[in-house]
Design a binder for this molecule. Structure first.
Ligand SMILES: *Cc1c(COP(=O)(O)O)cnc(C)c1O
Length: 439
């Protein structure tokens, strides 16, 4: 039996391979698995490593896929770095910190981008006719995608970022890669970058010379691998204590949080799930008012969570139901910038190391929880990025320097290069042909 993937908007079902390659369904919906496999902790035997747990968890999703024989290799490539849960303690009690920031660009998006790159290279990588991945970025996503596809045969990446609107370290992560990555500094806004990507994907002249794709964050190939670290963390905790840990997940577009909920729905020992959002309140307002009111995002300290219209909500409603049902199954806490600042200061005092502004939404939510509830469960707080990525925010607040982790110092010591273009289709076409054509 092969696993089918269906659109959240009800269109025809496709194979995993097709869902990975097309990203978005033809009807504009997001792909979800047609059925969810169910697990008990025993199904994982004694497996301990992340790649081994991932192989058990993801195998049913690869049923019928041409990638099934390569699943173990794909997972070994994806999880080339550790994802530990480290204990932290504070006046509020003890908790675990799920450190998702040991990948090449020091944020959890490395997991999804790495897995998608490992899959797409096997499905579509063709040195005679490379696939060109276009990605518009306001900072973090582009770096993870570039790192994931760097030097992969038959694959290219074009990263478009708004000139002068990304931090110095972010810019480095967008511009330090091999010849198959073209970094474009666009004289315009993030929206300009996005419309250039959309324009290129549908441009008939460019289609003659290029095979384009986008590695957008709603690709099912980003979601599936994210489920694996929740499976690992919950299994390890359950085996050790017999308790199902609760998770507090910093959330913007709901990708990472959805992975946590998905794992619970599949029978893994996950307790309560709390979503921590920033001042972008679309999700908590929905649970309170029962009305889904997407809106433009507002800028906060946790920039990677500045989402006013979380696209994965379609998947979440399909999985758990509408607002009334959601209320029963998840909690949502909105954390303002002042609370983020206070949480970062307190984390540094309590833990003796810094947290990033996104992670601080989770540590705030944990401290702010009713003491009874906090003590009723063991909690795992999800750390989505290393604080050294956001040193201009973090360092003045804690009054100390954040040591660079090895993966970031490796990136910062590389030479960088980018091509500056105006925000026009002609300029983009010129830069593409200048670097990549003829092959
Ligand atoms: C992308 C990102 C988030 C938000 O993740 P979603 O899957 O969009 O909810 C949180 N923290 C960091 C550091 C991120 O890069």
């Amino acid at each position: 039996m092969s696993m089918e993937f269906v659109s959240t908007r009800g269109g025809a079902s496709v194979s995993l391979d097709q869902a990975l390659v097309s990203g978005l369904a033809d009807d504009g919906g997001l792909y979800v698995p047609g059925s969810l496999p169910m697990f008990t902790p025993d199904d994982f035997g004694e497996t301990d490593s992340l790649a081994a747990i991932a192989a058990v968890l993801l195998r049913p999703f690869f049923a019928g896929s041409s990638l099934l024989p390569e699943l173990d290799d794909i997972l070994a490539e994806t999880f080339s770095f550790p994802i530990p849960v480290s204990p932290v303690s504070a006046a509020a009690g003890k908790a675990g910190l799920l450190e998702l920031y040991h990948g090449p660009t020091a944020a959890f998006k490395d997991v999804g981008a790495g897995f998608l790159a490992a899959c797409l290279t096997r499905l579509e990588g063709d040195p005679a006719s490379p696939l060109t991945i276009l990605v518009a970025t306001s900072g973090d996503t582009g770096g993870a995608v570039a790192a994931a596809f760097d030097s992969r045969p038959g694959m290219r990446v074009v990263v478009l970022f708004p000139q002068g609107r990304v931090s110095e370290r972010q810019q480095k992560q967008l511009t330090c890669w091999s010849d198959n990555v073209l970094s474009l500094s666009v004289e315009g806004s993030f929206d300009d970058c996005q419309s250039l990507v959309k324009g290129a994907l549908t441009n008939p002249e460019l289609a003659v010379d290029f095979r384009f794709s986008s590695a957008n964050s709603i690709n099912i190939g980003r979601l599936l691998p994210q489920a694996t670290y929740y499976a690992m963390a919950s299994l390890q905790h359950f085996r050790r204590t017999g308790q199902k840990p609760g998770f507090i997940v910093p959330t913007g577009n709901l990708g990472n949080a959805l992975a946590c909920i998905l794992v619970r729905e599949m029978g893994l020992p996950v307790g309560p799930v709390v979503l921590a959002v920033n001042a972008n309140r679309t999700i908590p307002d929905y649970l309170e008012s029962l009305e889904w009111l997407p809106r433009p995002s507002i800028r906060t300290l946790a920039t990677a969570m500045d989402v006013g219209d979380p696209s994965n909500m379609e998947r979440l409603r399909g999985l758990l139901g509408e607002a009334l049902a959601l209320r029963e199954k998840i909690d949502v806490v909105s954390v303002g910038d002042e609370q983020i600042r206070a949480a970062m200061r307190q984390d540094y005092k309590d833990f003796d190391f810094a947290t990033c502004p996104h992670t601080a939404t989770a540590t705030h939510a944990w401290r702010a929880m009713q003491a009874e509830r906090r003590q009723e469960h063991d909690w795992i707080l999800v750390a989505t990025a290393h604080p050294a990525k956001f040193e201009t925010v973090v360092e003045p607040l804690i009054g100390a320097e954040v040591p660079l982790p090895p993966e970031l110092s490796a990136i910062l010591s590389r030479p960088s290069r980018s091509v500056t273009i105006g925000p026009t289709m002609n300029a983009l076409a010129g830069a593409l042909r200048g670097r990549f054509f003829p092959n």
